[in-house]
Design a protein around this ligand. Structure first.
Ligand code: EAX
Length: 326
């Protein structure tokens, strides 16, 4: 038996009620997120666990670990690939290192808004990208959402692209983000999420970028004075499962996981919407200086050379198919 393998427990469910014992096998799986339970991603993995439990009549239980307690996103994805952990909820941050085709989604200013991103992810392009995970040892259950990313820092208000020049910013371990942010003149420092709060607190980096949902869940307002709603990139999220674990399920249980993940994704997106609606007022109430209106076209224009490179590397037709998706 693998040390962290699936645990099959025989439980005498009715014993405590004093009935004749009905013995049934219960499978416990482990899942994780890098952010706190009280967050959009917490809602996602909690709903996924509830729905799977309900749909399998309690035969399959998912135990969730929060706040990176099983490791950051890259480590969790690795564990799911190896099968030492069955599931994880993650942003696409580290995913290009595992499933390169998915990197196209991390291009800045690719989507007009969340509705556009959700339509692409829920349509044929998103479905085709979910299938790309299968040859890498994953069953990708559904796209969910991390949110629209904004910049924060401890040094100065960012009004125009030039204000970003020379800021030392933590980025996700994502090659597309790193290339793009360099285009802004940012000094990029890729780092796993569980290390970010301390790095900001100790001044190892000046800033970071994340959706309002993550900024609030991580309490970054305690260590970041300035935020600008740059909305520079949409950040997808995904529910990943170890492929061998999924393949062993009955057809009905496979469907249970897929249906549960769709419901979980919807709940996670709803929480992102709620956080986007409340986030600015909340963070201001905690003392953050928030710049809401920027000249977006100026930020987009600054990345022209980077976009030209992405078109070459990822295929202009593929990028246009996403941009023009209705
Ligand atoms: O998935 O690493 C990041 O900045 C992610 O947005 C965060 O962990 C939530």
């Amino acid at each position: 038996m693998k040390r962290f393998g699936r645990m099959t427990l025989a439980l005498a469910g009715a014993l405590t009620l004093g009935f004749a014992s009905t013995t049934y096998a219960q499978t416990v799986m482990r899942s994780s997120i890098s952010v706190a339970q009280n967050s959009h991603q917490g809602v996602g993995v909690d709903v996924l666990a509830q729905e799977v439990e309900k749909r399998t009549n309690g035969r399959i239980i998912i135990k969730n670990f929060y706040s990176g307690s099983l490791g950051g996103e890259r480590e969790s994805i690795e564990s799911v690939q190896l099968g030492t952990q069955e599931l994880t909820g993650t942003s696409t941050g580290p995913i290009p290192n595992f499933v390169p085709a998915v990197r196209i989604l991390d291009i800045p200013f690719l989507f007009r808004d969340k509705a556009h991103a959700r339509a692409v992810l829920d349509g044929p392009i998103g479905d085709a990208l979910l299938k790309e995970f299968e040859s890498k040892g994953f069953k990708a259950l559904a796209w969910s959402e991390n949110g629209v990313r904004h910049m924060t820092n401890s040094k100065r208000p960012v009004n125009v692209p030039d204000d970003l020049k020379g800021l030392k910013m933590r980025t996700m371990e994502n090659p597309v983000h790193v290339a793009a942010y360099k285009g802004f003149g940012i000094i990029t420092t890729p780092m796993a999420f569980p290390e970010v709060f301390t790095a900001l607190q100790q001044g190892v980096v000046d800033g970071q970028e994340n959706p309002l949902s993550v900024i609030m869940a991580a309490k970054f307002e305690q260590v970041q004075k300035f935020m600008t709603l740059t909305a520079h990139v949409y950040s997808p999220a995904i529910f990943l499962m170890n492929k061998a674990t999924f393949d062993k399920l009955s057809a009905a249980d496979k469907q249970a996981f897929i249906d549960a993940a769709k419901i979980a994704a919807k709940a996670q997106r709803a929480r992102v919407d709620q956080d986007d609606a409340n986030g600015v007022a909340y963070l201001r109430s905690k003392g953050m200086n928030v710049i809401e209106n920027v000249d977006k076209a100026a930020f987009v224009a600054r990345l022209a050379p980077v976009f030209a490179q992405f078109e070459k590397d990822f295929g202009k037709d593929k990028i246009e198919a996403i941009r023009n998706y209705k």
